[in-house]
Ligand binder design. Structure first.
Ligand code: DOR
Ligand code: ZN
Length: 346
């Protein structure tokens, strides 16, 4: 018997679309299934001002396939020189839905990020006043801190003090990867949310390193031990309102992934919904998939849920998806969960 499941059209609360030929190549992969996405601003140069976000939004809309109903939700890249008045205007006009905090040096194109939090105090105060969320890449960048500890240390030494110093600041802990992240998000009250990626529900650090290094499983924050993956699966499938999907789908051309100094990022836009249906079915939680992909995120961002629906169908034979997306910038490998997928979007 064919099983099927109808969901509110999902949103992706953390997405990298890039620009130019890459944008053109990868945007259809997201627009096919998702109604909206929070668009990461870590372009070169970064999207810092409201005017830059408006121009980037226009480039995304121009790259949309004919007839696609997809709304990019724009973000600003927080720097120590960000003008609080510009942030306020960009939010009040409806253009910008969040501000992204990259600690300087944490990941791809993060060198313009924040080193000294005293220098962004004015912006944070405006954001707290108007309820504009801050999306946080939650890793310390200090050389002495082990890469597998960087999220937990960030929560204790940066995020918690920052939240205490800025009452009312709404925060999304982006792509949490640890049980410490899950616990902190759960205890944070209505002004704290957390996104969870698709790939962190599938891989742990062994998948990256055992039997040869797998560059297409390398992302930041890097996947952790198995106990952390299990904590993320429990959180995502719990239905709790603070957890929602942010794929962090982050395309890099194969030449830069399969490299002596490979880029961080897993490209999951193509098969995310199939993988999530598989995971939620395994956890006996198909009835909570819609909360994770389509309801909890809009509630946190104070936006309506999408009007339309999508239908997931479980096929008798494995559901085929392309192993690579061919863009004019080069081929991009689609995340391989390591098992066949039977669910597909009808
Ligand atoms: O894996 C990642 N890739 N993590 C990030 O934080 C950035 C992203 C990218 O832009 O490639
Ligand atoms: Zn990201």
């Amino acid at each position: 018997m064919t099983q099927s499941l109808t969901l509110r059209r999902p949103d992706d609360w953390h997405l990298h679309l890039r620009d130019g030929a890459m944008l053109q190549g990868v945007l259809p992969e997201t627009a096919r299934h998702f109604g909206r996405a929070i668009i990461m601003p870590n372009l070169v140069p970064p999207v810092v001002t409201g005017a830059q976000a408006a121009a980037y939004r226009d480039r995304i809309l121009a790259a949309l396939p004919e007839g696609a109903a997809f709304e990019p939700l724009m973000t600003l890249y927080l720097t120590e020189d960000t003008d609080p008045a510009d942030v306020r205007a960009a939010a009040e006009s409806g253009l910008v839905k969040a501000v992204k905090l990259y600690p300087a040096g944490a990941t791809t194109n993060s060198h313009s990020g924040v080193r000294n939090f005293d220098r962004v105090r004015g912006v944070l105060e405006v954001m707290a006043e108007i309820g504009l969320p801050m999306c946080v890449h939650g890793e310390v960048t200090t050389a002495e801190i082990d890469i597998f500890d960087r999220e937990a240390v960030f929560i204790d030494t940066v995020l918690d003090p920052l939240r205490r110093a800025t009452p009312g600041l709404r925060v999304v802990m982006e792509h949490i990867t640890t049980e410490e992240g899950v616990a902190y998000a759960r205890a944070g009250g209505p002004d704290l949310g957390a996104t969870i990626t698709t790939h962190h529900l599938i891989i742990n650090r062994n998948h990256i390193l055992v039997g040869g290094i797998k560059p297409h499983y390398y992302c930041l924050p890097v996947a952790k031990r198995e106990k952390h993956r299990l904590a993320l699966r429990a959180a995502a499938t719990s239905g709790e309102g603070c957890f929602f999907l942010g794929t962090d789908s982050a395309p890099h051309v194969d030449a830069l992934k399969e490299h002596a100094c490979g880029c961080a990022g897993c490209f999951t836009a193509t098969n995310t919904m199939s993988i999530l249906a598989h995971v939620f079915e395994e956890e006996g939680a198909l009835d909570r998939l819609e909360a994770f992909t389509s309801l909890n995120g809009p509630a946190f961002y104070r936006l309506p849920v999408n009007p339309g629906t999508i239908r997931l169908v479980k096929h008798e034979t494995a559901h085929a998806y392309p192993s690579k997306i061919i863009t004019e910038a080069g081929p991009v490998t689609v995340f391989d969960p390591g098992f066949p997928l039977f669910w597909g979007v009808a």
